[in-house]
Design a protein around this ligand. Structure first.
Ligand code: ZN
Length: 647
């Protein structure tokens, strides 16, 4: 009953809101017919700035004359360009330099003169053009550019911290929301009294200048201030193939939540300036403009004076280390989680497999491995809750905000049919013979090169490294994977193996098997970043199977040694060549037979396998190598005699 009353009162509020404010009649216009993404309106309404589909070109359209001109066509200048209150365009270009690190350069383009100048030289890590109260700041981790001596206050986010920089350049770090996967899209209200941002997995938040939350406005993306009381934002469904997205008008007091773009359009990437709202229609790239019957905020005049470069108030890491953005696919054991109910053969239980679990296990392993190897990492989730299943566009925004050098999405695959196969697949944005973001194809190839070497699994087919446009033609021309769309980082989505190939699923239940997959990826990254061989330790891994016992499962499609039943519960001991026991490992009982010894100094070892009543059955010698995996698959036989009991 209570619920119904709440719903009714919400509808009333909604209806009231709908009556009071809305789109000005006859104000909807099409500004660009196609391929206009991330549109930005100049403060005087004379110019429209937009990016081509893949961010390769930054285009300026004169709205009075209809003329177009290219502002920039090198270094992926699209997606994050903005206008300053001075009417100039501020944008970034990116360049891969030594070791494939990405360096981002700040530019300023003056539409009135056509003059383009570099205002902030290339630097590694997070660099972003941001609106300040009376100017623009290009905010880097080392150095920042301000468009005038006194640009006023500004705000930005890095990780799960909101930074407020006051008019005197004094910076404060705030964390108004716990349990977020990262903050995005910070901006100060036109009157400078409030700050708004989006906390990924949480929604749009407005707080005061001390970080006290004033309003939580729900799951919307790319929020921007219309005036001091109203904001514009897009639905939290902006980058999937099936969900609809609309542009919303929302009041800070929570009384108005109103979609202002037509239902049949998938409207994304809104921004507002001078009482006009512009947005893009997903896929077609039409740019639309509409006006609201609400008084807009007064535009703050540009601060006079020349721009300056100074040290960042919140510097990042001292050295330019490779930074990897890791997106463990899915989250929260929901519908899209490729859940496979399982009947685990040996355990006779009904524990289920969820892709979100093994994806996260691999991601956390990769994070640890990369830290040990001297990398930096940023993860899109570190837990597995429903809220962690972020909108794909939100994930792309987090990656962009992180200042990373590359983007990795970690998944496993399933045919969704009775056909059981098993091979690793890496997908990058573009065609098979041409990646959209330079480096993506090479990165995919390097990771696949190491992924295929995994001897714990049995591959049914060769590894593949493909462009997503070529791989998914049925999705439409240049549609591709949502998590790679608008993603300017060299990026790949890895389907590590097929979790509906049943022996593989049993392996994916083993955290150490997931660790090994992550380790193999780390070697691909070592190649990509020219880091190979810097890590001094190696890995010993294998599977122990029964040479004379077959798996008893009639329905299972099996390849190679997967016909053989794996050993469960055996104890392994590893001795140095001086006879000192250095590690022990117990096989799990999930029919995978997997063992992995990580982080081993390179030298000769003796490996012993104990089984049954802890009796020794197998002894073997191995030699591990620096930054390499030595595979040692072993066989047990029913007629084997124990050598001796455990000491
Ligand atoms: Zn997946």
């Amino acid at each position: 009953m209570k619920k119904i009353i709440l719903v009714i009162s919400f509808l009333c509020l909604w209806a009231l809101g709908a009556g009071a404010v809305g789109v000005k009649q006859g104000s909807v216009k099409t500004l660009v017919d196609s391929c206009g993404f991330f549109p930005q309106m100049s403060p005087d309404g004379q110019w429209l700035l937009f990016s081509t589909t893949e961010g390769s070109h930054l285009i300026l359209k004169n709205l009075s004359t209809g003329d177009h001109r290219v502002v920039s066509s090198t270094g992926m200048p699209g997606f994050d360009a903005i206008f300053g209150p001075d009417g100039k365009v501020y944008y970034l270009t990116q360049e891969r330099k030594k070791g494939n690190l990405l360096y981002r350069t700040g530019h300023c383009y003056d539409p009135s003169t056509g003059k383009d100048e570099i205002v902030l030289k290339g630097q590694h890590g997070q660099v972003q053009p941001l609106r300040a109260a009376a100017g623009v700041v290009i905010n880097g981790e080392r150095q920042i550019y301000s468009s005038a001596k006194k640009v006023g206050a500004w705000a930005y986010t890095r990780g799960t911290t909101l930074y407020l920089v006051d008019a005197n350049g004094v910076s404060r770090a705030l964390q108004p929301i716990d349990d977020s996967n990262g903050y995005l899209w910070a901006s100060l209200s036109p009157d400078g009294t409030k700050v708004m941002f989006e906390a990924a997995s949480h929604g749009v938040v407005v707080c005061d200048l001390n970080g006290s939350v004033i309003a939580e406005l729900g799951e919307f993306l790319m929020p921007s201030w219309y005036n001091n009381d109203y904001i514009i934002a897009m639905s939290n469904a902006g980058n999937t193939r099936t969900n609809e997205s609309r542009i919303w008008l929302i009041s800070i007091d929570g009384s108005v939540f109103k979609p202002i773009s037509p239902r049949e359009e998938r409207a994304v990437q809104p921004m507002t300036a001078g009482g006009k709202v512009v947005y893009t229609v997903q896929y077609s790239g039409e740019v639309k403009q509409l006006e609201l019957d609400i008084e807009p905020a007064k535009a703050m005049p540009a601060a006079p004076g020349k721009g300056k470069v100074e040290k960042s108030p919140n510097p990042g890491s001292k050295k330019d280390l490779p930074r990897v953005f890791i997106n463990p696919g899915h989250g929260g054991h929901d519908d899209d989680d490729r859940h496979i109910p399982t009947w685990v053969i040996s355990a006779r239980d009904t524990l289920h497999y969820y892709e979100s679990n093994s994806n996260l296990t691999k991601a956390l392993a990769l994070e640890e491995i990369l830290h040990n190897k001297g990398y930096e990492t940023v993860l899109s989730r570190k837990t597995n809750k429903t809220e962690d299943d972020l909108d794909l566009f939100e994930i792309v925004a987090l990656a962009s905000n992180s200042g990373a050098d590359i983007f990795l999405a970690l998944h496993s695959n399933a045919t969704g049919t009775e056909n059981r196969v098993n091979f690793p697949l890496a997908l990058y944005r573009g065609w098979d013979d041409k990646d959209v973001v330079e480096g993506s194809h090479a990165l995919s190839d390097m990771i696949m090169h190491f992924a295929k070497m995994n001897e714990l699994t049995v591959w049914s087919h060769k590894e593949r490294s493909r462009g997503d446009w070529s791989f998914y033609p049925e999705w439409g021309y240049k549609v591709g994977l949502g998590v790679l769309r608008y993603n300017k980082l060299p990026a790949t989505l890895i389907e590590g193996s097929f979790h509906d190939y049943l022996p593989e699923r049993e392996r994916l239940f083993c955290d150490n098997y997931c660790w090994l997959e992550a380790w193999n990826y780390s070697q691909g990254l070592d190649e990509y970043f020219h880091y190979y061989g810097k890590f001094k330790n190696g890995v010993l891994a294998g599977v122990i199977r029964w040479e004379d016992i077959l798996r008893q499962d009639d329905d299972m499609r099996l390849y190679g040694d997967d016909e053989l039943k794996p050993l469960n519960g055996a104890l392994l001991r590893l001795y140095t060549d001086r006879g000192v026991m250095t590690r022990a490992y117990t096989l799990d009982n999930r029919d995978n037979g997997v063992f992995v010894f990580s982080n081993l100094p390179p030298m000769k070892y003796k490996l012993e396998v104990y089984y049954g009543d802890e009796e020794l059955y197998i002894t073997t010698k191995v030699k591990t190598k620096k930054n390499e995996t030595v595979y040692k698959n072993l066989m047990m036989r029913k007629d084997m005699k124990p050598k001796k009991k455990k000491k």
